[in-house]
Design a protein around this ligand. Structure first.
Ligand code: GUN
Length: 294
């Protein structure tokens, strides 16, 4: 079987078109959603993400503001920027790009963001709501995976979803989202991680397999059963002198051989990547609506 490709680019464009209409409608009511982004340091992947977030805001007609700080900025300076954004009525969503330099506590920074403006869904209050099944902003990458599955006709309800990776950004929140008794979820979820003795034992049982370990090509064809839906969250930069940028992007899935066995597969690039920024825009619009209801 050759897999059908799930294009994150196409699904993201579809959602952005919906958001653009929603933003235009909100503007007639005097509401302009706004995103505040904080970037500390010059990590090239982070700079690239932040740039695409700004472009995305512009594309759908949202206000955007990026504050770039030097890598050696003290933690309290970062908190001051967040404090200002928490109080700024033009800002409905705040995103602090991760990773942060080692001298800054991620926990302190995330907890400082007002939960109402936490468009990453990383604040402990929002993660608590997520586990309890209460309305909350869904972390952007897992939210993007959920949308890709639903909009490609692969409703996870009643399916066995095997997630490889237990990060706070992807694996853990995705498991919490997909196990809920809710539309586009209601799956039986297994989370596989480096503590597992026999990883292929689990991956071969998946109806839907999500690779989110950050290891290029780690999911090989022998680990995948025929007909599995494969979602590749990995974005790994592989040095490559033949490319203008000096690197190429590779996912966590050994793409060609796995695509021979899968029923559906997301490519890298052009799969989950474009969805992450899109769901950030979605969460920001939602936050603007909620803030103006309150
Ligand atoms: N770095 C990589 N992914 C993310 C994300 O979803 N949010 C933030 N804030 N930083 C990231």
């Amino acid at each position: 079987m050759a897999a059908k490709i799930i294009s994150g680019k196409d699904v993201a464009a579809e959602i952005r078109a919906e958001l653009k209409d929603q933003v235009a409608d909100l503007k007639t009511k005097g509401i302009v959603p706004g995103l505040g982004v904080v970037l500390v340091g010059e990590d090239p992947a982070s700079v690239s993400y932040v740039t695409s977030k700004a472009k995305g805001c512009e594309e759908i007609g949202m206000y955007e503001e990026t504050v770039r700080l030097d890598a050696d900025t003290p933690e309290d300076e970062v908190l001051k920027v967040i404090d200002r954004m928490n109080k700024d009525p033009k800002i409905s969503g705040i995103l602090v790009q991760l990773p942060l330099p080692d001298h800054i506590s991620v926990e302190n920074v995330i907890s400082y963001i007002s939960p109402e403006k936490d468009v990453d869904g990383f604040h402990p209050v929002n993660l608590g709501k997520l586990l309890r099944g209460e309305p909350c902003p869904l972390p952007c990458t897992p939210h993007g995976v959920k949308q890709l599955l639903e909009r490609s006709g692969n409703d996870p309800s009643g399916k066995h979803v095997v997630i490889c990776g237990r990060s706070n950004i992807v694996g853990k929140p995705l498991a919490a989202i997909l196990m809920q008794k809710a539309k586009g979820a209601n799956a039986v979820v297994t989370v596989v991680h480096t503590g597992a003795k026999d990883i292929p034992y689990y991956t071969k049982q998946a109806d839907i397999l999500v690779a989110a370990m950050g290891k290029p090509g780690a999911i090989t064809a022998d680990m995948v059963s025929e007909g599995t839906v494969v979602v590749d969250v990995g974005v790994n930069r592989i040095p490559d002198d033949t490319k203008k940028k000096g690197f190429r992007l590779a996912g966590d899935v050994d793409y060609e051989p796995v695509a021979e066995k899968a029923s559906y597969i997301t490519p890298v690039p052009g799969g989950v990547g474009p969805m992450t920024v899109t769901m950030l825009l979605y969460n920001t619009v939602e936050a603007a609506v909620r803030l103006n209801q309150g």
